[in-house]
Ligand binder design. Structure first.
Ligand SMILES: *Cc1c(COP(=O)(O)O)cnc(C)c1O
Length: 404
């Protein structure tokens, strides 16, 4: 493993993004954090921002902060995210959670195609997406199909852009084209791609998208999600959850509902200001580093992990559950092993490495190029080897924690 560590140190020394690691709170450099694909680290600049928000905006200014600082936040932060996903400023809104945004957009999309009977997704999509789709399908009498391509019955094709288990990156342009050729709309879940891979929604002709901000955008636990609606669709779609923030001129308090113009109609209730504000510094850091530069480093890092797997983990019985072709890979690598959960727990509890586990056999190593170093990757692989060679992981066989 020494040669791997030497190579890692050379790669770190040559890394043009190395300075961004200092932008994050890293209390214990011995802990190798490889779960930024699930909950990103906290940017240092988020702390003074939240301090100001609580003490000044809420504490001192009180309700006056709504017009002065808060009302515009969903669209202001949406415009920031738009720069990362190849959209226009007025096509993205920050609000609610990913699951709720998915619900709103799927419902709205189905209403555009009343004659079509089917929602199409695939088995690699995130379970929450499946639950939302199944619930809507049941209520609206659509069928939900999980395999094959779009056809003349398909109202909507919805997929994860990068899948959560294997980290496979889908060809958004080709799949969108295929759906459009059948007259179906597309909705992309960008939760595992935003901030990790360049996304070009307009260039791909995508209709709708949702995504989360607490993974690669580092906005904190439960931070507000976002939604995208192609501009020419905005006036045609109706928000199924009609709340006052989506109503034209909410403060006349009339009892009739008239949707606002543009994407703002997809707001529902009061924006979650406290969970939304940290999206700002999170996205700023990505914009400062440049998404193309981050992608280049991410591919270098996932390539490095795959090389180390081949050399050190494959002989110990690990499979590679992530595509080897770079253009089909997001920013995490999944290693498969029959004792994956026990190995994951041993890494966390005995080896100061924090990856995560996804059933049935995946240990996910998330590469977050703003702060992950090559040395961390080499050391993490060395620590897996130690756990396997000493058999420490066997103490954890049969344990099932509440959160993996
Ligand atoms: C993380 C993730 C979500 C999260 O949904 P929330 O409602 O914000 O908890 C949804 N979809 C995908 C594909 C995800 O990876």
């Amino acid at each position: 493993m020494q040669s791997a560590l030497d190579r890692a140190r050379e790669l770190d020394a040559a890394d043009p993004l190395a300075r961004f690691r200092e932008e994050f709170v890293i209390e214990d450099p011995e802990v190798i954090y490889l779960d930024g694909n699930s909950l990103g680290r906290m940017p240092r600049r988020t702390l003074p921002l939240m301090q100001e928000l609580l003490a000044q905006q809420w504490g001192s200014e009180l309700i006056r902060s709504w017009p002065d600082s808060w009302l515009s936040l969903p669209s202001q932060l949406g415009a920031k995210i738009a720069q990362l996903i190849g959209a226009q400023d007025d096509e993205v809104l920050v609000c609610d959670s990913t699951s709720v945004n998915l619900y709103k957009l799927v419902h709205a999309a189905l209403a555009l195609h009343p004659g079509r009977t089917e929602i199409l997704t695939d088995g690699a999509n995130f379970p929450s997406d499946w639950y939302v789709l199944a619930g809507i399908a049941e209520k609206t009498s659509h069928s939900l199909r999980g395999q094959g391509g779009p056809d003349e019955n398909t109202a909507l094709l919805t997929l994860s852009h990068v899948t959560f288990k294997s980290g496979e990156l889908y060809d958004m342009a080709a799949l969108t084209k295929e759906a459009h050729a059948q007259g179906a709309l597309t909705l992309w879940d960008l939760s595992h791609s935003v901030g990790a891979v360049p996304v070009h929604l307009i260039a791909c002709n995508a209709d709708l998208a949702v995504g989360c901000t607490y993974k690669y955008l580092n906005a904190g636990p439960g931070s507000s999600a976002f939604l995208y609606i192609r501009r020419d669709l905005q006036e045609q779609l109706r928000n199924p959850i009609q709340g006052w923030f989506g109503r034209d001129n909410a403060f006349d308090f009339g009892l009739d509902y008239r949707p606002r113009t543009g994407i703002d109609r997809f707001l529902t209730g009061s924006p979650n200001i406290l969970s939304m504000a940290p999206v700002g510094p999170g996205v700023d850091l990505i914009l400062e580093a440049g998404i193309e530069n981050l992608r280049a480093k991410s591919l270098q890092q996932t390539d490095f992990l795959i090389e180390l797997w081949q050399e050190h983990l494959a002989p110990l019985g690990f499979t590679l559950n992530t595509p080897t072709e770079p253009h089909r890979r997001g920013s995490h690598v999944s290693f498969g092993h029959p004792d994956a959960l026990a190995i994951d727990l041993a890494l966390i509890n005995e080896a100061n490495v924090i990856p995560d586990f996804r059933t049935p056999d995946n240990i996910r190593f998330g590469c977050t190029p703003l702060y992950t170093t090559f040395a961390e990757l080499a050391n993490a692989i060395a620590r897996i080897c130690t756990i396997m060679e000493t058999g420490t992981y066997k103490h954890y066989c049969g344990q099932v924690p509440a959160i993996t």
